[in-house]
Design a protein around this ligand. Structure first.
Ligand SMILES: [Zn+2]
Length: 350
């Protein structure tokens, strides 16, 4: 889960800006400076587009066809697609070719059905980050609960007001208002408020998790796939920076321990849930290093530079966002130029 909602809201303006930048020819000239050593690509759902007019989480899904096009674009631009575990060594040695690592967050069943055939077609290594509470069927996909509840309701009581939610634009406005209000507060308030709203629409959060996420049997089978690396993504998928020291550390360590116990293989990589600066902070980057993870990834935007060799538990990613399923956008992102602008010229922006 990322800040895709906000991005989706701004996608038209941003899309026009990206198009203008792409047409300028500047990104190609700047590429030697902005592309760095490569990128860690971030994906969530891979599934055929089901359509709909109220789809606030659309940024979190791309079609199998666009996954295919993404890998084709990487090949076309000369990227080596490498297992995540090779990145530390790759950063220690010069290499003329840029690298790309493919990462999938949360452990969705559609990855198994729709992503694996594409990844196999290209022989592309990939990493899937498992939140163990999703695999257990107990942790909550609260952003999907909120979407489904608002889709079903005509109005939403929230913070002493009644938000209209009959037309699609009203539903989007209600979703954004509630989402960003709750994102600013504690994890407990976010979960309680969305549980209350979901109950009004008779949404069964546990059934939603079990329907969308792989169970342990499926994960165990996936873990034996020669192209697959399994990473950890906490137990309950909280915004770790909102938790106290001990609970945050416990979420990180317990998810790794549970996966290792279930799969009988070491877990060397971690992804911070939500992953923006309000959800993953320098405290958690340090804990990830203390716990011995080889790498940990955020949802900060950026390419990977040599200097990231010293910050392997605070790595940025390149989000392959459902709001931008166009080859031209992807090609532009792979030059690194948009990140250079977003990060105001800083290569390390964590
Ligand atoms: Zn996640």
């Amino acid at each position: 889960m990322t800040d895709v909602v906000k991005k989706g809201f701004r996608s038209r303006a941003l899309g026009a800006g990206l198009k203008a930048l792409g047409a300028s020819g500047l990104p190609r000239l700047a590429q030697p400076f902005t592309q760095g050593r490569g990128a860690i690509l971030m994906f969530h759902h891979i599934r055929p587009w089901a359509g709909g007019v109220f789809t606030p989480n659309r940024g979190l899904e791309i079609t199998p066809e666009f996954l295919d096009e993404t890998i084709a674009a990487l090949h076309g631009r000369g990227f080596d697609i490498v297992p995540l575990g090779e990145i530390p060594a790759r950063l220690r040695q010069p290499n003329e070719k840029p690298f790309a690592a493919l990462t999938f967050d949360d452990g969705y069943r559609d990855n198994l059905v729709h992503a694996i055939p594409v990844l196999e077609k290209y022989g592309a290594p990939f990493t899937i980050y498992i939140a163990t509470g999703f695999a257990d069927g107990t942790a909550r996909l609260w952003w999907v609960e909120l979407e489904n509840a608002i889709r079903a309701l005509d109005s939403v009581p929230f913070a002493g007001q009644t938000l209209p939610a009959s037309a699609a634009d009203e539903k989007m406005a209600a979703f954004l208002a509630i989402y960003w209000n709750l994102r600013a507060g504690s994890e407990a308030r976010l979960l309680d408020e969305i549980a209350r709203i979901a109950a009004l629409a008779r949404i069964d959060g546990a059934a939603l998790t079990r329907g969308l996420c792989m169970n342990w049997e499926e994960i165990a089978k996936l873990a034996t796939h020669p192209l697959c690396t399994i990473g950890a993504h906490t137990v309950t998928h909280p915004r770790l920076a909102k938790l106290g020291d001990a609970p945050a550390r416990q979420e990180m360590a317990a998810s790794r321990d549970a996966i290792e116990a279930r799969l009988g293989q070491p877990v060397r990589h971690f992804a911070f849930p939500v992953g923006d600066p309000t959800s993953a902070s320098p405290r958690e980057f340090a804990v990830a290093a203390e716990l011995g993870f080889d790498t940990a990834v955020t949802t900060r935007k950026g390419m990977i530079f040599d200097a990231h060799a010293g910050r392997l538990t605070a790595l940025p990613r390149l989000s392959v966002n459902g709001d931008y399923q166009e080859r031209a956008y992807l090609e532009l992102l792979l030059t690194g130029a948009p990140f250079w602008l977003w990060n105001r010229g800083r290569r390390i922006a964590a």
